[in-house]
Write a protein that binds this ligand. Structure first.
Ligand code: CA2
Length: 148
């Protein structure tokens, strides 16, 4: 029984470039804080990042069978391009929160449309890496009493 954190293409570069857009925390920092916050909420978290669309889709499919209860996903650039990622999330039918570190609506017009938002329970953008933790708290609350 766990909450799955998924990060898409290029998010492995967090903290190494473009700190004015994405901040200075690394992906390892983000994943560690996510796991710690999940534990504080009485939950278990699993984390996965890939630069490959198919690998993300395979991980979402695996979530149907491995006890995953909810998904936090930053699809990276696939947000704006991938019908297949959207279809995978719709197929697993788990609670989903879409997270963007930057405020995509204050950026280029091509970042304003998301294929994922229509299958997400909620969307967070522009809160920096805090957005991942806000999504986690929302989902933990939505799932109800933590397993003992
Ligand atoms: O704001 C976000 O979290 C995004 O999902 C990040 C994506 C971008 O394509 C979306 O429009 C918004 C890009 C991820 C690239 O991540 C990097 C992190 C550090 C350095 C370079 C890239």
């Amino acid at each position: 029984m766990s909450i799955l954190l998924l990060n898409g293409p290029n998010l492995n570069l967090l903290g190494t470039r473009e700190p004015h857009v994405y901040g200075s925390d690394t992906l390892a920092d983000v994943e560690r804080r996510f796991i710690e916050e999940a534990a504080a909420l009485g939950r278990v978290a699993q984390c996965f990042q890939s630069n490959h669309e198919g690998a993300l889709i395979d991980r979402i499919h695996a979530a149907r069978l491995d006890g995953t209860q909810a998904i936090v996903i930053n699809p990276g650039g696939l947000t704006h391009t991938s019908v297949s990622l959207r279809d995978a999330l719709a197929a697993v039918a788990l609670p989903v929160v879409e997270v963007h570190i930057s405020n995509v609506h204050r950026r280029e017009p091509f970042r304003h449309h998301s294929y994922v938002s229509g299958v997400a329970d909620g969307v967070i953008a522009g809160l920096g890496v805090q957005g991942y933790l806000a999504a986690l708290r929302f989902l933990a609350d939505k799932l109800g009493a933590a397993p003992r």
